[in-house]
Write a protein that binds this ligand. Structure first.
Ligand code: ZN
Ligand code: ZN
Length: 285
């Protein structure tokens, strides 16, 4: 299976010489799995993804972690939404079902000239089973509730080739009620080859942001170690975090993994990076 990062930034897009290496678009991940097109979140990165998919008319399965702006704001500029004959299946687990098309509501007047109910693609909601999971032929997608203001969903995608998990906007140790405990996350991640997880803040930033629904990089690292994940990608970068700082943090993280003798490769999510999972081996091309 192939996974491509189209947007890696949290909260708001950023465009500057200092953020050009890792990229400034907000959350959007593309995965081609068992001949199916899967997209996770529709941040501003989805605009380019839409351009890349314009001649690929297969159905699109669009999974939302939640509906905060940085995860939906690219959708009005997603060209496949304006193609008649295109099928787009949406899913936002752990959010009220009646709001599942909230991504279209952002296009209402006076925010956008084309109302969401006038796009040409046929939009439907993906059915889930009783345990809030989805089976797309050979691909099994399981979900878990995020620790984030307003809630949201983590996704685990499993095929014969391997398994990855997409967990963003998740606070591993929040000061308020926990939807999912540390132990439950470790269990959810058993057998995952590639983990993409929120890693927005540094330890010394905690006092200002505790309860905002994001993880410390150190917590995300510990989770990958505890869950024996083979490859961790640090995701949802703070918009004020410049490339040089991300380079430094990545080095520290790699050294930490070595120090604790964890057999886990760590990389920083970077726009345009393509990962392959073949027979449970992760490659960054
Ligand atoms: Zn976010
Ligand atoms: Zn959020």
């Amino acid at each position: 299976m192939k996974i491509i990062f189209y947007g890696v930034r949290g909260s708001i897009p950023t465009s500057s010489a200092e953020t050009i290496k890792y990229g400034g678009h907000t959350a959007c991940l593309f995965a081609e799995v068992d001949n199916k097109l899967l997209i996770f979140d529709a941040g501003t990165g989805i605009r380019k993804l839409g351009n890349d998919l314009i001649n690929d008319l297969r159905d699109i399965h669009l999974f939302f972690s939640h509906y905060h702006w940085d995860h939906i704001q690219g959708f009005p500029f997603f060209k496949p939404a304006y193609q008649s004959g295109r099928n787009i299946h949406l899913l936002a687990a752990y959010l009220p079902r009646k709001n599942v098309k909230a991504v279209l509501d952002q296009m209402a007047d006076p925010h956008f000239p084309v109302p969401g109910d006038q796009i040409q693609a046929k939009v439907s909601v993906m059915p889930m089973d009783e345990e809030d999971n989805v089976q797309l032929e050979k691909t099994k997608i399981t979900t878990c509730a995020l620790n984030h203001p307003g809630g949201g969903a983590a996704y685990r995608v499993e095929t014969k080739e391997g398994c990855f998990a997409y967990i963003t906007d998740n606070e591993l140790d929040p000061p308020h009620h926990l939807n999912t405990t540390w132990e439950q996350w470790v269990e959810f991640l058993q057998g995952v080859d590639l983990l993409i997880h929120d890693a927005m803040y540094l330890d010394d930033e905690l006092s200002g942001i505790h309860g905002w629904g994001h993880s410390l990089i150190s917590q995300t690292m510990q989770l990958a170690k505890d869950a024996n994940v083979a490859h961790l990608v640090l995701f949802h970068h703070d918009p004020d975090r410049h490339d040089k700082a991300l380079d430094r943090i990545l080095k520290d993280c790699q050294q930490w993994m070595k120090k604790v003798c964890a057999n886990c490769t760590v990389t920083m999510a970077k726009e345009g990076d393509v990962y392959q999972i073949i027979k449970s081996v992760v490659q960054l091309n």
